[in-house]
Design a binder for this molecule. Sequence first.
Ligand code: AMP
Ligand code: ZN
Length: 477
Amino acid sequence: MQLYNSLTRTKEPFVPHEPGKVSMYTCGPTVYHYAHIGNLRTYIMEDVLDRYLRYAGYDVKRVMNITDVGHLTSDADSGEDKMLKGARREHKTVMEIAKFYTDCFFDDCKKLNIRRPEVVEPATGCIGDFIRVISGLLEKGYAYEAGGNIYFDTSKLRQYYVFHNFEEEDLAVGVREGVEEDGNKRNKADFVLWFTKSKFDDQELKWDSPWGLGYPGWHIECSCISMKHLGEYLDIHCGGIDNAFPHHTNEIAQSEAYLGHPWCKYWFHVLHLNTTSGKMSKSKGEFLTLSLLASKGYEPMVYRLFCLQSHYRKALVFSYENMENAKTAYRKLAARIAALRPEGEIDRAVFEEQRAGFARALDNDLNTSLAVTALYDALKAPTNDATKLALIRDYEQVLCLNLTEAAQKLREETEAPAADAAFTQKIEEMIAARADAKKARNYAEADRIRAELSAMGVTLIDTREGTTYRMEGQGNV
Ligand code: AMP
Ligand code: ZN
């Protein structure tokens, strides 16, 4: 497989550290609010990568953190803690907020067929691990204490800036983020590993540490949680593009300083979902959620298809018009699949040829839009329905669009009224036969028909205008 690596800015052949095995780390959500559909775009695309690697035969172990402490309103270590802000907004404790929004996040993931990683680890459960790594960084001279906080010293690295061409002079953090600069920092790019002092000293969750009662910085959690579960060599690190700097840059700095060797080989960044008016952001308050989409008639699978229709390295624009197009495309696909009958033997030659096209699309830097096209190709292929259905089931291991389920539902919806019509006709014929029997004074036959109808759940009601009936559990007809 060829995968674009943001670290080298080129497409590279994917070669994991250990043959056949893939270690994959995903930056998890900051659980102070619902996930917006932009966040979910990132998790959908990461899910396809995860599923495709499994489909291609790799043994994948995936780890995700849950940020429930330490992520400040500015990614550059300043401002209020996002969790605390969420707790205040809802008059709840930070832990109540964390539990509620973590559950909401996984509910959304379930609706979108996003596989739950093997390990999901909240930051607050790993404080001991953070303290151990921070102590190691202090011992090795990569960190310093100033004003009660522990900072990472970026000047100790041969190369700090990755992913971006920033020079330190250009990195006027304070100006850029609209917040005050931290005078304790020796270099502008230095970042906090452990806070004991902050302007916002009413932080709810604090832990004992060798440096006093405090709490971890945001960046350290991903390095530690990854190393804890995936060891010293990480194959793929994923996240949205906004995480590349400073979050991932800082993760690389601390992990490699701590380990003393290169840490993660491939960096997979998903570009943003934007609205027509610009970037979607949780902190702006108003944002689009999966349930809002569902309330407007766009089911989660329609959103998943919308995401898969474009490449993860292109920014995607959300609009209801685009959503409507995705909904139509989804319905049409389901209808075409519903029309297939599982008849005939699977044609292995056609199956392999088509399947190779699907794999080729995803092998080329996860080209999901071509993988979706492969679904249409399968439907058009010069072969029998059994082969087409087998191809769709095969692709669905990766695409996970619930297409066969949607097709089945469509079939039931169209077949059920036909069955109903036949049933109604039979009842009416029996009522007519009973009326004839009565006219011929064959009351035994009339009673027999009434009993037969009763056994079918039909109660007859004789009126002056004729006979009507009532079905069990339904009103008069
Ligand atoms: P957060 O919960 O803010 O920590 O973000 C969760 C994930 O969503 C991270 O990987 C972010 O990089 C990603 N993300 C944030 N905003 C967007 C967006 N508008 N489009 C796509 N991904 C995003
Ligand atoms: Zn992270």
